[in-house]
Design a protein around this ligand. Structure first.
Ligand SMILES: *Cc1c(COP(=O)(O)O)cnc(C)c1O
Length: 393
């Protein structure tokens, strides 16, 4: 059976470049990067080179990159660190949004239990924060603004540069969960005034279980685990050399091809959205159409259930998602769609298709052929749809 992989926001296939780098390292450069012998030093040199290359892709300095186990750890670390620094100065207010990833939201909820006050900015029905609302929310107690670069479910890209500028003026630390953006959008942490940024390799064709926190020099960064002296004494644990060199290889490739990929993937996205909106009545596109991740397609189809839709798509070899992989398994609709103000019954009928540069025109044509048939079959069996149709008549 044909497989069309359209779940790149959940994870991506490893790139050939990352695979090569990783295998070579696993075979030949197996020394512990903290060991003093030549094999250890070879591994350490590979890691140093990878760190420089990654920093360069982000407009950062090598010494500002700290490897972690992924995006979740980087988010936890950045937010907890900023909160601890704030606490020391009596600043216990944090600003975020209502549609962050759970790695951010659950960290904030934990801090709320510890006495922090968190303002969750409205993202409106189009999925964007408003800069004047952010400005109004900042007080002299605010120690951190944490706003995601681009949303993982609906793909909306936030006004990061303006947020960075405002936070700099107000003297507030700005962290962004850029897991969906790194490797897909041009980023320069200095020009955009980003103080801290989290990313994860498996979202840009690198391996799983590796990511990093960029922390601007000058911001005191405290470790949150006890152990060895790796990552300049901030993040203990034996250096994951194969994953780190593969991350650099994957990111370098994405950055080299960025303009080409953005143009190509956006054209696939637009063709898919335009065709489905035309072919399937009562379809809602979630999130604004411009300032949207090149690969993100997010729909709600009235009168059907996202889960059954996914199962039927999978039977045709199409891999999609009903929101985020992290919330599937729970029956509640996605907090992201609810944050847009969608009613529960509509949020339940959601479908996210996330594309990448490995997708072909054929993939898109296949989805355009199969998806309307499945939606119409499910609607024919749906009592909810029947009611909707009767209401119309
Ligand atoms: C995938 C994702 C994460 C989590 O990253 P992991 O490396 O899987 O822990 C965090 N934030 C966003 C926006 C994501 O898409």
């Amino acid at each position: 059976m044909k497989t069309v992989y359209a779940d790149n926001a959940a994870t991506t296939a490893l790139s050939p470049e990352a695979f090569e780098a990783m295998v070579t390292c696993l075979k030949d450069d197996y020394g512990n990067a903290s060991s003093l012998h030549h094999l250890g030093q070879k591994a350490a040199a590979e890691v140093a080179k990878a760190r420089r290359e990654i920093a360069e892709c982000l407009g950062a300095e090598a010494g500002e990159i700290y490897f972690t186990s992924g995006g979740t750890e980087a988010d936890n670390w950045a937010i907890t660190n900023a909160a601890r620094l704030g606490m020391k100065k009596g600043k216990t207010h944090i600003i975020s949004t209502s549609f962050e990833h759970h790695a951010v939201l659950h960290t904030l909820q934990k801090l709320e239990k510890e006495g922090f006050e968190v303002t969750y900015l409205d993202v409106h029905s189009d999925g964007y924060v408003r800069i004047d609302e952010l400005e109004k929310a900042i007080t002299d107690k605010t120690c951190l603004v944490t706003i995601m670069y681009a949303n993982n479910e609906i793909g909306t890209i936030q006004p990061i540069e303006e947020i960075g500028k405002l936070c700099k003026e107000k003297g507030v630390t700005f962290h962004t969960d850029a897991v969906q953006a790194v490797g897909h959008l041009p980023i320069n942490v200095k020009e955009q005034n980003i103080d801290m940024l989290s990313f994860s390799a498996h979202k840009f064709h690198g391996p799983k279980g590796i990511g990093a926190l960029y922390c601007r020099k000058g911001i005191p960064l405290m470790g949150f685990m006890q152990g060895g002296a790796q990552e300049r004494n901030k993040r203990p644990g034996t250096t994951n050399t194969p994953a780190i060199v593969a991350t650099a290889a994957a990111l370098k490739k994405c950055c080299a091809d960025m303009d080409k990929n953005i143009a190509y993937v956006s054209s696939l996205r637009d063709k898919l959205i335009d065709s489905i909106v035309e072919l399937i009545p009562r379809t809602r596109v979630n999130g604004g159409r411009d300032k949207r991740l090149p690969g993100n397609v997010s729909f709600c189809f009235e009168g059907i259930e996202g889960e059954s839709l996914l199962l039927h798509l999978d039977l045709k070899g199409i891999c999609g998602s009903s929101g985020s992989a992290c919330t599937s398994g729970s029956l509640d609709p996605s907090h992201v769609l609810l944050a847009l103000g969608l009613p529960h019954e509509i949020a339940h009928g959601s479908l996210r298709l996330s594309l990448c540069e490995y997708n072909t025109e054929d993939d898109i044509d296949y989805i355009i052929e199969e998806l309307p048939k499945i939606v119409s079959m499910l609607r024919d069996m749906s009592p909810v749809w029947e009611k909707i149709m009767k209401g119309e008549n």
